[in-house]
Design a protein around this ligand. Structure first.
Ligand SMILES: [Zn+2]
Length: 287
């Protein structure tokens, strides 16, 4: 098991984030693709050279990229299937430059809209993917990059892919994989069900916790001791901590490593300067 940290937890400047990940002692990361760095906009020319440079910097540091995470859509992209199809292709190319084995996507990145997705869950029709999804799927397969859908529900009162039955069905229908955000999925309906329905499709675990509506706190509670033994039955080879308290990140890394039965990990390797992310920053990078 690799215990990774998401770059979005560390900085919106991803070069800075990899420095911080290494300083905290992590040797594995999830790269959150950032809108400001990928720069897919009205010109329709994403900055893929940025990800080649970033990939080199990551390899120089001997960091393992366990996943790349699709950028969080901006308002204009959310309402254009063509923009989302192009963004998905750009994200696939960026992920390939980073040597990532998988690209994590949210339902909004690949489905036409929430209403169609809800209708699909109720009826026996085909999954409502955006035009261009099939081509993107083929591109990712050619690059040996796995697409993995996360159990996310954007809008209050909607379920989207955050239910074991839903994510099982949609990943089977699309021949893609799954990422389990453990805390958010824990009561949908329970961890045992996620494992039963999706075990071999779950390639990655996202780990953080929420208290009183505040999400992305470090995974340090006793719940993880109960869940980790169940999660061993999935195909996940990595878990990604998504939280932004630097002290808590280091402690969470040690805690999770002990729960997975890993040997002692090396500690932090340096001081962290200029740590000034706020919860709002992370909310914009990982909803
Ligand atoms: Zn996500």
């Amino acid at each position: 098991m690799e215990i990774a940290v998401s770059t979005g937890s560390l900085s919106l400047n991803t070069f800075e984030a990899i420095e911080r990940a290494a300083a905290l002692g992590f040797n594995a990361i999830q790269v959150n693709l950032q809108q400001a760095e990928l720069r897919y906009d009205w010109n329709r020319k994403p900055d893929l050279a940025f990800y080649q440079r970033l990939g080199e910097a990551i390899r120089d540091r001997n960091l393992t990229v366990v996943s790349a995470h699709h950028p969080i859509l901006n308002g204009a992209q959310a309402f254009s299937q063509r923009a989302r199809a192009e963004l998905l292709q750009a994200a696939i190319r960026a992920a390939a430059s980073l040597g990532a084995p998988m690209l994590v996507v949210h339902p909004a990145d690949i489905f036409t809209n929430a209403e169609d997705l809800e209708a699909y869950f109720l009826e026996h029709n085909a999954p409502p993917v955006i035009a261009g999804f099939d081509e993107a799927w083929a591109q990712s397969a050619n690059r040996k990059l796995r697409l993995a859908v996360e159990n996310v529900n954007y809008w209050r009162g909607t379920i989207m892919t955050n239910h074991a039955e839903h994510l099982a069905r949609v990943t089977e229908d699309l021949a893609v994989y799954a990422v389990l955000d453990v805390w958010r999925g824990a009561d949908k309906p329970n961890i045992q069900k996620w494992v039963e329905r999706l075990s071999q499709r779950i390639l990655l675990l996202h780990m953080h916790e929420a208290v009183d509506g505040r999400e992305h706190l470090p995974p340090l509670s006793e719940k993880w001791a109960e869940w980790v033994p169940l999660l061993r039955a999935t195909a996940a080879q990595a878990c990604v901590i998504e939280a932004f308290d630097p002290d808590g990140l280091g402690r969470a890394r040690q805690y999770l490593a002990s729960l997975w039965g890993m040997a002692d990990l090396p500690g932090p390797q340096g001081e962290l300067a200029g740590w000034n992310l706020t919860e709002a920053d992370l909310a914009s990078s990982e909803r």
